[in-house]
Each structure stands twice: as C-alpha cells, then as structure tokens.
Design a protein around this ligand. Structure first.
Ligand code: ATP
Length: 514
C-alpha cells in the first residue's frame, strides 16, 4: 500500500514539474478537485481525445459527431431523472467531521480484499516458480475463493440496498464491516443521506425572470435531445451512433485522487441507437470493442478488467465498467451502459414531441434503444500518464526517470539539439526544427550538456531526440536517440520525417483497433 501511495505521489508531482497538470487557482491555494492542464498536458489530452474521436467517428461510417452546448433547457434534467435521482449516498464521520461517499467506503473495503488476493497470488507465484498457473490458483485456492465470495456478497448487498433506497442498510453494512474513518480511525458514523450532484446556476439578468439552469452532469443528454435532428439531417439509418466530447460537472462529495475524480471534467461519450430487442448483442459488442481500443494503447492487458454492475442506474438494463489498475487500485475508467429507450421516451413525454424512428426494413416506427460508451478523458489521461512514468535502473548504476508515453500520444514528438552552441550547429538544428514543425510538435534545446538534455526529454515523454554534431556539417546526417531503448542511430536529415511519422502515425494505431 505504501508503495502504491509513493508511486501516486510521484505521478502527481511529476505531472506538475513537467508541465502536465496544475492545481486550479494555485496562487489562491487552489480549488478542490479542479485542475488545469498545462503546456504538455493540453497536448497529451488533445491527442487522447483525437485518437478516441477518430476511432469512433472517422473509422465508423455509421457514427457521426456532435458538439452540444453545456447549458440545456432545465426540463432536460427533469426528463433524464437527474433532478430526482442523480444522488450519491453520503455519510459523515462525527469525530473527524469528514464526509465520505458510503458506497466508496464499502468499495474500498472490497478493494482491500482484492489486494489480499493479489498478495496470495504473489506468494504462490514465488513458491511455485515457472510451473505456477495463476488462473487455476485463483479458481481453486480456498483463501482466494473466500475473499472473492466475501467481496461479491458485500457488493451485491450494497447494490440491492442502494437500488431499494434502503440507506439504513447501507449504514448497517458499514458498521458490520467495522469500516473506520481513514482519517480519525473512528467508527462513529452519521446516518447515510442522499446528495444531488448537479451544480445549479441562473440564466438571465433580472432576479425575477432568471431561469434556473444546471451545468450538465453528463454529455449524453445533448445527444438525446438532438437525436431526430441528426437522424433526419444526416439521413442516418439504425443502427447508428452519435459521439461527443465535452465538459461535464458534478459536485462530487469525495474529491480526492487528483484528476481521477474532479468537479469539472471531460467525457467522451457515444450513444448507439439500435432496434429494440437487439440491445444486448450491441452491448456485448461495444464492451469488446472498447476493451480492444484500450488495449491498443499498450499499457498492459493485466491492468484492465470488467466489472458488471449489480446496482443499475435508473435508465439501464445492463451496465459494466472497464476498470483500470490506477496507482490506488482498480477503479472505473469507462462505463458501458445499455440505456434502453428510457431517455428518448422521457424526452418525448416531457417535450410533447414525437421522438421515433421509422424503420424502412420493418415498415414501422419505434423509439430506439441505446447502448452508451462513456469514458472520462481525465481518467484516461491519468491511466496513460501513471503507467508511463517509470524509474529505470541503468547499467552504469544510475537511474533515469522516463515517461514512456505511447509515441502517438506524446506532446512533443522530437527534440532537436545542437551538440554545442557554436560552429554553426545551432543554425542547422533550428533549420531541422523549421522543417519538421509542419508535421509534428518539435522543440529546440541547446541548454546544458547533451546527456542532461536527453534526461529532460525522457522525463517529459518525448520519444525522439535528434542531435546535430560536427559530422552533420559535412554529410548532412544526425543521430536520433529513441527514448525507451536509448539506442542511437545515425541517419540522413532527409529521412527524419518518415522515421518519426512511422512511429507517431495515428493511422497505424487505428489499424490496431480494427
Ligand atoms: P464513479 O462511480 O467513479 O463516480 P460514475 O459511474 O458516476 O463514476 P459515469 O456516470 O458512468 O461515472 O460517467 C462515465 C465516465 O465519466 C466514468 O467512467 C469516468 O471515466 C468519468 N467520470 C465520471 N465522474 C467523473 C469525475 N468526477 N471526474 C473525472 N471523471 C469522471
């Protein structure tokens, strides 16, 4: 656990030191759970967004994009159920006066059981060596099975109690499991209460006529209210999808864990409209497609798992999370939800307008069913960033900090250095920058010894360093150093563009997901 915490602290401080993420309004001591993306962070975030967008919109001829406004007519949120049901169960510790999400306290307890399972696996792996069969061990070891059963039973009970709004039982569960406040160690809890997560604001200048608005808590509703507009103007035939990326706002009760849980964050959502009755097949298909997409980032298959929901949201008939192994354990990265016809029907009822699709093959009209994929861009950023950050022991006994970002996502693709600041080398290096900048984000650096410059770029995540030396002046070749292997190659300046392009091309990554 201590090791995990250390790693997480390193992630947070590295993100600041290398210009990825800053606390919002830091000069005023910050605003809790709100963050700013800095000069490198904004590039990484943009690249992740672009990869998602192209995978969804460009690669699928039946998915189109949308950019709906953050402000929406307030009835939207009545229809969607957010006014009445977008609540989190909160509980206060009477001694520390700290507020927690009751479900998160319970989930963290189950997370500790998962950690115990991992410990058993690691112990057995050590004992049995190469002959160790992890799958069989997990399926048969009595202690592991015990932890698994206990965890599943706890989550099931919690799910059922939340579904039935039985908040007294959620508190009883916390007491039975003897969950203590992480801060005070006390088990002196208040009752569990519901808390609405939407931020309210007002539209209009005069107090009398101002209209109460909400900052959208999800991007999805902008898609639902535009369903017919897009379907008709795009002549879309079911099945088809609408994709959108954009800000969402939630007044989170527990806002810790850096950019994992923010009050202002960005979602990348796709709503896929299907014939009623086919939603289960599409749901399974999207689960598979989305996992494959995540795996294409190369962060390691062991870091992902599905978690099927016991507690379903008011709109869903099936739901699963793709969980990722963050520095603080497995947590939700993306949700895949079979949302039924709940949203479109609710908007029909509340708007009094017919929202139906005429299916030419069936010769009938219906309200389509929806399968949603919803991933948090900030969580994806954290997943990529935290797995990329490694301390590497080198053969010469030193260590280097390297941010092994997938090259396609890296903010800067190449740094160009003159070996020394004289003899015409800076001019040649700057000329290379001028040529490459039409295709890639590149930078020039001449400060400090070249070894130090390499380390700086390793830590910033730049996949290539190009060095101009005296030989360059005679034969127009340079050395290119690869971040991850530290290997150096000598090659003509003229071949740089193709070499870098091969490594950072989004097209190649998109092929991997097909
Ligand atoms: P959680 O259970 O962690 O609160 P959720 O189930 O409420 O998440 P969804 O409503 O399914 O989340 O939202 C879809 C995605 O949006 C999540 O998988 C997550 O990646 C992202 N997301 C949700 N809330 C936040 C937040 N407060 N900060 C950052 N990302 C978030």
């Amino acid at each position: 656990m201590a090791k995990q915490e250390d790693q997480f602290k390193k992630v947070v401080s590295h993100a600041k030191e290398y210009g990825y993420v800053f606390q919002s309004s830091e000069i005023y001591d910050g605003l809790s759970a709100v963050y700013d993306y800095a000069q490198n962070g904004v590039e990484l975030k943009k690249n992740i967004r672009e990869y998602w967008w192209k995978s969804m919109v460009q690669m699928n001829d039946n998915i189109v994009g949308l950019d709906a406004a953050i402000f929406m007519h307030p009835t939207t949120w009545k229809a969607s159920g957010h006014v009445d049901a977008f609540n989190d169960p909160l509980i206060d510790n009477k001694d520390s006066k700290k507020r927690y999400r009751a479900d998160v306290l319970i989930e963290d307890y189950v997370g500790k059981l998962d950690a115990k399972i991992e410990k058993e696996v690691a112990k057995a792996q050590k004992r049995f060596g190469d002959s160790f069969d992890k799958t069989q061990f997990i399926a048969t070891n009595p202690r592991v099975l015990g932890y698994q059963e206990k965890g599943a039973a706890i989550l099931k009970r919690m799910g059922q109690s939340l579904e039935a709004e039985n908040l007294a039982d959620v508190k009883a569960l916390i007491e039975e499991l003897e969950i203590a406040c992480p801060l005070s160690g006390s088990k002196n809890w208040t009752d569990v209460k519901q808390f609405n997560l939407m931020f309210g604001t007002k539209l209009g200048a005069s107090a009398d006529s101002a209209m109460d608005l909400y900052l959208r808590p999800e991007t999805a509703q902008g898609i639902f209210v535009n369903f017919l507009n897009v379907q008709k103007t795009g002549r879309m035939k079911i099945p088809f999808g609408i994709a959108q990326t954009g800000k969402a706002f939630r007044n989170e009760i527990v806002a810790r864990q850096f950019i994992f849980r923010m009050r202002e964050f960005e979602q990348m959502e796709m709503q896929f409209f299907v014939r009623p009755g086919t939603q289960k097949e599409w749901y399974e298909q999207w689960k598979e497609t989305r996992l494959k997409w995540h795996l294409s980032l190369g962060l390691g298959a062991d870091n992902y798992r599905f978690h099927d929901h016991d507690k379903l949201a008011h709109y869903a008939d099936a739901a699963a999370d793709i969980e990722f192994k963050f520095p603080f354990g497995f947590k939700e990265l993306e949700g895949i939800h079979s949302r039924t016809d709940f949203d479109l029907k609710a908007h029909e009822t509340h708007s009094g307008k017919k929202i139906q699709y005429f299916d030419p093959e069936l010769g009938e009209s219906y309200v389509p069913y929806v399968v949603e994929t919803s991933v948090g861009l900030d969580r994806l950023f954290l997943a990529v960033f935290s797995k990329a950050l490694v301390e590497e022991a080198l053969e010469n006994g030193t260590t280097r900090t390297v941010l092994k970002l997938p090259a396609v996502l890296a903010p800067t693709k190449a740094a160009i250095f003159p070996l020394v600041k004289k003899d015409g080398l800076p001019e040649v290096a700057k000329k290379i920058v001028e040529e490459l900048k039409f295709d890639f984000n590149v930078l020039y650096d001449e400060k400090d010894a070249v070894g130090k410059r390499y380390r700086r770029q390793d830590a910033a995540g730049t996949p290539f360093c190009i060095t101009v030396d005296h030989q360059t002046l005679t034969d127009e070749t340079v050395t290119i150093r690869h971040r991850d292997t530290m290997e150096q190659q000598r090659l003509p300046i003229a071949s740089l563009r193709n070499l870098i392009h091969d490594e950072v091309s989004l097209a190649k990554w998109l092929e991997k997901t097909k």
